[in-house]
Write a new protein. Structure first.
Lengths: 335, 296
């Protein structure tokens, strides 16, 4: 097992190196000039040259890449060209918001997707199953931004029972930021009302982001449970008189969850992309929107470091999925 | 799945034709494929006959008629500029399907070439291509598309390329996987042993048998391409002319007027969902028809 993990970690090195190169080249290909963005339309050529020199943009591309890599190895991802704030600080401040949102989405996907998948599988071919199949297909086909708008219209405008944007009501609650996870910070502040308000703010964006993974988890659980229901050991368990609740929990679900776990891991990574749209609609101050804004302002430093960190997290999640899969299924470990 | 009798070449061809004919007859019995096909057929018709169907010029606004609710003259109402929403959705079909088909075509062609090279040559070529694929897949798709559009610009072709870039690694990986699985198939070994040259084996014997998963993935990729194109439009990275009727941009416009005019969001949104649903159903139906393991 240790050997398997070590081999996978070694494989990460070329991927990460390639990633830094790809992202670096990409940001340099973007049209527009950061110096121009900083100084505005009426900047003089002399001033532009000065700003370019101070940002290191006058160096040959290869030197710029070496400087960037040198900084990376020392944990220095540079400063935003526009705000001059440390990129790592900015990222760490926003990343908990994105994680909080992704966790809320996965919470909906798992707590609803697995029971629904199990329920429909056991009624295969009957109307609840067919209805479930149709609903999950529609769930996969709804774009996040449309679903987000409709949820907002229904639950925040038409029937105003949930907040339409933000992470907490900033007028009613003043919460000191400790972890930047709003739910955790309200607990630390021991403010129960603020805690409930933070949870309420998570519902709509969490549902919008979680619907696609919910539909996918439901479909995979259904297919996997159907496979397991046909196994001999399930028939044996029923034959020896075990109550069906125990058969379902101990024999069916436990064996059917393997592919579901993989899908959950992969979906968690994919949520990082969907977060850009959800964060835009719900005014959620996370990483997705931050990187998108950086692309429009040509803030190279944020783009290359932010995308790199997101990609790193995505790769690490995939690694954890692979390793946990190998842990559960010995055949993969030894192949 | 054993090869039928006859010479090697005819055996290969017979099986290929058999598989497709078989798949087609099974598709006719699959409700998913039929409904999906009908939806896509409907959208194709709308795209082709846009001029005949749309009652108004989708780009011309009339400020005296802005914000009208759905009614007999303007079926889906009008937007802030007084443009007819129904006509804009009709013409948007053409744009959306165009971008989707173009992007998936680019993705399939480039991805297949890369996947075929990797699966056929193996060794260093395989290593370099597949590691590059891994790198591409480690960047969230929408972010990659945003980056490509920011680099290339916001024309229709550029948007299609941006969406294709997201798909290329997926197609490359699928074709390589299928080719690797076929390398040791009896008919490939047989062809090699009677002296058929490498490229001929790849093109005549391996590729036709590896196409199934690729076609299924291409159909499903059309669904994500529709979503990605709309997402770019929604984020303000669609076609640069704001008068262009693009479904995602239409949704983005309504974002501010949700309280008073939800129909502005509803109709383009439903159009996107229907188109995506159509491609997803068709893809699911195709997968069931083409994959012998899923036969019931």
């Amino acid at each position: 097992m240790t050997k398997f993990i070590l081999r996978r970690l070694l494989l990460l090195i070329p991927i990460l190196l390639g990633l830094t190169l790809l992202i670096f080249v990409f940001t340099r290909l973007l049209p527009g000039d950061p110096a121009q963005t900083i100084l505005g339309e009426r900047a003089t050529p002399a001033n532009l040259a000065l700003v370019r020199a101070s940002l290191g943009l006058d160096l040959p591309l290869f030197d710029q890449y070496l400087r960037y890599m040198g900084g990376l190895l020392q944990g220095d991802l540079g400063r935003s060209f526009i705000t001059n704030r440390d990129v790592v600080d900015d990222f760490l401040q926003r990343f908990p918001a994105t994680i909080e949102l992704a966790l809320a989405a996965m919470f909906f996907a798992i707590t609803l997707g697995i029971p629904l998948g199990m329920y429909t599988a056991k009624r295969r071919g009957r109307w609840p199953d067919q209805l479930g199949t149709v609903i999950s297909l529609i769930g996969i086909s709804i774009p996040i931004f449309f679903l987000g708008l409709m949820l907002k219209w229904l639950f925040a405008i038409q029937f105003p029972i949930l907040p339409d944007s933000g992470r907490i009501d900033l007028i009613d609650f003043i919460i000191p930021r400790v972890t930047n996870f709003m739910v955790v910070d309200t607990v630390i502040a021991q403010d129960f009302d603020a805690f409930l308000d933070a949870l309420r703010h998570l519902v709509l964006p969490g549902l919008a982001l979680g619907t696609i993974p919910l539909a996918i988890v439901m479909r995979i659980t259904r297919a996997s449970v159907i496979d397991v229901l046909n196994e001999d050991y399930v028939r044996t368990a029923h034959a020896k008189g075990l109550p069906s609740g125990i058969v379902d929990g101990r024999h069916v679900l436990r064996n059917a969850l393997l592919p579901v776990v993989t899908v959950i891991g992969l979906q968690t990574g994919l949520l990082l992309g969907g977060a850009i749209l959800t964060e835009t609609i719900f005014g959620w101050g996370g990483v997705g929107r931050w990187i998108y804004d950086a692309v429009t302002t040509r803030d190279y430093q944020i783009i290359q470091s932010g995308v790199l960190m997101l990609a790193l997290i995505f790769v690490l999640i995939n690694l954890i999925v692979d390793v946990s899969y190998a842990f559960i299924n010995p055949r993969i470990r030894h192949s | 799945m054993s090869a039928t009798s006859g010479t090697l070449d005819t055996a290969g061809e017979e099986r290929t034709v058999g598989l497709w004919r078989d798949a087609l007859s099974r598709m006719r019995r699959s409700p998913a494929a039929l409904i999906g096909g009908a939806i896509i057929g409907f959208f194709l018709l709308v795209a082709i006959l846009a001029e005949q169907i749309a009652p108004f010029d989708p780009t011309r606004g009339d400020l005296r008629a802005s914000y009208l609710p759905p009614g007999p003259v303007h079926l889906f109402g009008t937007n802030v500029q007084g443009q007819d929403v129904f006509s804009r959705i009709v013409f948007g079909t053409r744009l959306t399907l165009g971008i989707a088909v173009l992007s998936v075509t680019i993705g399939v062609v480039v991805g297949s070439i890369l996947g075929a090279l990797a699966g056929y040559f193996r060794g260093v070529v395989d290593g370099v291509i597949m590691r590059s694929v891994d790198i591409m897949l480690s960047i969230p798709g929408l972010l990659l598309a945003i980056a490509v559009v920011s680099w290339l610009g916001r024309g229709v072709v550029q948007i299609a390329i941006a969406i294709a870039v997201v798909n290329i690694p997926i197609f490359a990986r699928i074709l390589r996987g299928s080719l690797l699985a076929l390398r040791d198939a009896d008919y490939v070994i047989a062809a090699r042993s009677v002296g058929v040259r490498g490229p001929a084996i790849l093109l005549r014997h391996m590729l036709p048998n590896a196409l199934g998963p690729l076609i299924v993935q291409a159909t499903l990729a059309l669904a994500t391409a529709v979503i990605d194109a709309a997402a770019l439009g929604f984020l303000g990275l669609g076609p640069p002319d704001p008068r262009t009727p693009e479904w995602g941009a239409m949704l983005s416009d309504t974002y501010r007027y949700l309280t008073d005019a939800v129909h502005l969001a509803l109709f383009p949104g439903v159009a996107i969902v229907l188109a995506v649903l159509g491609f997803n159903l068709l893809g699911d139906g195709l997968r069931e028809s083409l994959d012998p393991r899923l036969r019931r």
